[in-house]
Design a protein around this ligand. Structure first.
Ligand code: 475
Length: 831
């Protein structure tokens, strides 16, 4: 496969002191040993999958030793650790990354070469570990990489989904979803730990019991029990001074609990119970922006939180510690509100089972928990009906009521007699359906609540939780997101990484600010040439991938303009679409229309139940078909929607991009992290003043980006004044023409109106995301892109400036911010 081939970087292993001692010869032998002794095959019979497995096992041999050493050191020092609770960890592939972090990539490459194999091709065999939807899950993956790299004791806790995010394909332009069977035939990176199984109760009823001293307490009698089986994935820090773990819980039936059913002759019934229990960790919910509200989702949340909290307490007790120092040893970070149920679960264990005083238990919880908010979209804010809670987690509901009762007393003290404020802040929402508001429970409990970029954190204070900010003036803070430079530069763009090694030294991998040292070279013609040659090589690689995946031929001389992220109306892929239609129309009107050839690339999954998102995919595919086969436009315009966008595909797209599309309606993209990956790899951003784009502009200089559209303040003004999309439609003939085009059957022959939904959403339904308001300014930004690209030296300078200015967006910096302001951890790297 040509597409898999990368420029082979000269083996510089002579100058590197690898993190783990292993020569090429030893690596080669280890791979062969695993092929023979673990996989029971031989060189002549082994396919690439077998070679991949053998290589992973060989890497594990080196890794496991470091893992054991890290665990010994952490328990020996009885370290304080952060427990990162997340329903999603979007890990992607691990082989290439683990080799880079062990500093053995070149060694493995040479070893395999000696065996007649290409490491890049072998890496392609690995299925992505797609246990996440998008930004939130990928952030968790970058964070655990950084925690290990920095030497902090940390555990990621999540769910061992049997099926990760669905695999996407297109049928006549429409998205088809298929299950993702990433571990159908086993996975070499995970270690099952039956010795650490946990048991989780569900349903049932609560009894008040009076003990021998006449004191009453609550006992929860479960109606069902689940068994949580932990699978550990080692997380290697760069340089291998720490190997932490990601612990993922798989649900099984609790045989001990179902014993009675068996004994009663219920052999078949017991089997049915078993498969019910196994459904809990069967599948990742594919929504990245709406609250699901399903019973199974609540049970997933409780299941993994209960397992994780018990696991945390088991480790605490094993060290011989006593409750008063719990908060000195344990920090728990809630990745959005999805793991909020860990709060009442910890209270339940401390109060009901350990019989601690409520106030004391509460003071521990306040110190232990902190919460990250990732979105302001109202439809994403989790609420659970009181009725559902009562059925599934009856004791937790009582505990939440008690937390709320005490909290409302504090509110009464601050705002005496103000019932409106009480209704607004209450953890329980009154109404025809009473609901538990998970975000309110998080804010009330946590000692710190953070947003993920400066503007977002400000909006969390002013728009989402203004009263909470008055009540707890130091609680709401900002921690700007970041990305790991190991995966998103060193591993995915080896040629650019090597250029930086040579230019600023190898230290940039852990100290991304070092890239700034390359800034003086931004105007150096020799450096510009090398930088842009690398970009071109990466584009050629992507050209081959596009051909392989879609059959479409594109030219590496065109501007590669890329939008890759989940499909959502607030991210405005439809704005990109109407701009593409604008260019197409200009070309049809005037075949000599002077533009630099442009390839518009998309990658995005739509939530299976999100109609409009799926329509936008359909429209983009239909427009692509028409544009790509239209000889009249002489190949000046191409549109490609790559199927099944995922981490491993992203790793090939970021390095090949000229333009990064970051075009959300201002105020709605909390941060974005793809924006950082593009810039780091030398793409220029066309973007709104939203999320982390704003901080990127501060670092890069807004003049080196293509900023357009309404600001957060202007969006608010326009909405208050009353926004009318027809004003723009009637005042801009080009806009009117492209929208009207969607009503014809030009793109869907014989099916007029097949794309009309999109037009309707932008006009009749009110254009909630202000696409039409930003259209003109967006088109102008694209005209500026065209003009700038013609000046090769200027473009190269800007590309270099973008890349070299990304130091702030290293996820190591984000983690240090959390450590300083939230977690207060110490480093314990191995010697
Ligand atoms: C933001 N996912 C990005 C990124 O902070 C930001 C919601 C509900 C259920 C399941 N998943 C979700 C998100 O809310 C999400 O991914 N948010 C994203 O978090 C990391 O960079 O702007 O949209």
């Amino acid at each position: 496969k040509q597409a898999a081939k990368k420029t082979i970087i000269k083996n510089k292993s002579a100058e590197i002191v690898p993190a783990v001692a292993c020569t090429t010869k030893q690596m080669r032998q280890a791979i062969l040993d695993r092929l023979h002794k673990s996989l029971a095959t031989e060189e002549s019979k082994a396919n690439n999958k077998a070679w991949w497995n053998a290589t992973c096992y060989a890497v594990n041999e080196l890794l496991f030793e470091k893992l054991t050493d890290t665990q010994k050191s952490h328990s020996g020092h009885d370290t304080r650790a952060v427990n990162y609770l997340s329903l999603e960890f979007l890990m992607g592939r691990l082989l290439s990354n683990n080799l880079h972090n062990l500093e053995l990539f070149n060694v493995a490459q040479d070893a395999l070469k000696g065996l007649g194999k290409d490491l890049y091709e072998i890496c392609e065999e690995e299925p992505d570990m797609a246990l996440g939807n998008g930004g939130l899950g990928r952030l968790a993956a970058c964070f655990i990489d950084s925690l290990a790299t920095l030497g902090y004791p940390a555990i990621g806790y999540g769910i061992h989904y049997e099926n990760g995010l669905f695999a996407q394909s297109f049928q006549d332009g429409r998205q088809i979803e298929r299950p993702d069977t990433w571990r159908e035939y086993g996975n070499p990176w995970e270690i099952c730990r039956p010795e650490s199984i946990q048991h989780v109760p569900l349903y049932g009823y609560v009894e008040t019991v009076i003990d021998e001293n006449g004191i009453s307490h609550k006992v929860w009698h479960a109606g069902q029990k689940l068994k949580g089986v932990p699978w550990d994935v080692p997380i290697v820090g760069y340089g291998a001074k720490t190997v932490n773990i990601l612990r993922l819980w798989e649900s099984r039936a609790d045989e001990a609990f179902d014993w009675d059913v068996f004994n009663a002759g219920g052999y078949v019934d017991a089997q049915v119970e078993k498969s019910k229990a196994e459904t809990i960790s069967k599948v990742l919910y594919p929504n990245d922006s709406t609250d699901e509200g399903k019973e199974l989702r609540l049970i997933q949340q409780y299941f993994f939180c209960a397992c994780s909290v018990k696991d945390i307490l088991r480790r605490f007790r094993r060290a011989g510690n006593k409750w008063p120092i719990l908060a000195e040893k344990v920090a728990i970070q809630l990745n959005d509100t999805h793991p909020t149920i860990a709060i009442p679960e910890l209270m339940r264990i401390l109060v009901d089972e350990e019989r601690l005083d409520w106030n004391f238990a509460w003071s521990l919880c306040e110190k232990i928990f902190s919460y990250t908010n990732h979105t302001l979209l109202p439809e994403a804010l989790e609420k659970w009906s009181v009725a559902l809670f009562e059925k599934v987690l009856p004791r937790h509901l009582e505990i939440i009521y008690e937390i709320n009762r005490r909290f409302l007393e504090t509110v009464e003290q601050k705002w005496p007699g103000d019932n409106d404020i009480k209704a607004k802040l209450s953890i329980v929402e009154e109404g025809s359906q009473r609901m538990v508001r998970m975000a309110n429970l998080c804010v009330v409990t946590s000692h710190k609540v953070n947003g993920v970029a400066a503007v977002h954190s400000e909006l969390v204070k002013t728009d989402l939780f203004p009263e909470f900010d008055q009540l707890y003036p130091t609680k709401l803070i900002n921690v700007t997101n970041g990305i790991t430079p190991r995966r998103w530069l060193k591993a995915c763009n080896p040629a650019l990484a090597a250029l930086y090694d040579e230019t600023v030294g190898k230290d940039w991998v852990v100290n991304l600010d070092k890239l700034k040292d390359a800034l003086p070279k931004a105007t150096d013609t020799v450096f510009q040439k090398r930088f842009m040659e690398i970009k071109r090589d990466n584009k050629v690689e992507l050209v081959n991938i596009i051909k392989d995946l879609t059959g479409i031929e594109v030219s590496a001389d065109a501007i590669f303009d890329i939008q890759i992220k989940r499909l959502h109306e607030y991210k405005r892929q439809q704005l990109n679409l109407i701009h593409i239609l604008t260019l197409y129309r200009r070309l049809l009107d005037n075949p000599d229309y002077d533009m630099v050839p442009r390839v518009f690339l998309f990658g995005a999954k739509a939530a299976p139940g999100y109609h409009m998102a799926k329509q936008i995919i359909y429209a983009l595919n239909k427009v692509a078909e028409k544009v790509n086969s239209d000889k009249r436009i002489k190949g000046k315009l191409k549109v490609v929607f790559l199927p099944n966008y995922r981490v491993s595909l992203a790793e090939k797209m970021f390095p090949a991009a000229d333009i990064s599309e970051q075009i959300s309606t201002a105020g709605l993209e909390a941060s974005g992290t793809g924006n950082m990956k593009f810039a780091l790899n030398g793409a220029l951003t066309v973007g709104t003043m939203d999320g982390a784009n704003i901080e990127m502009a501060e670092e890069i200089g807004a003049e080196h980006m293509f900023i357009f559209g309404l600001s957060v303040a202007e969006v608010k003004e326009l909405k208050t004044a009353g926004y009318n999309p027809y004003d723009y439609y009637y005042n801009n003939p080009e806009l009117k023409a492209v929208l009207d085009w969607l009503d014809t059957d030009f793109f869907t022959p014989g099916q007029p109106g097949a794309l009309s939904d999109i037009k309707r959403s932008l006009l009749e339904y009110g254009d909630e995301y202000l696409c039409l308001a930003d259209y003109e300014s967006y088109c102008k930004a694209h005209d500026a892109i065209d003009t700038t690209y013609r000046n090769k030296a200027l473009w190269a300078e800007k590309a270099i400036r973008n890349s070299a200015a990304m130091g702030k967006f290293n996820s190591d910096r984000s983690i240090e911010d959390y450590v300083e302001n939230v977690w207060h951890l110490k480093k314990y790297p191995l010697a």
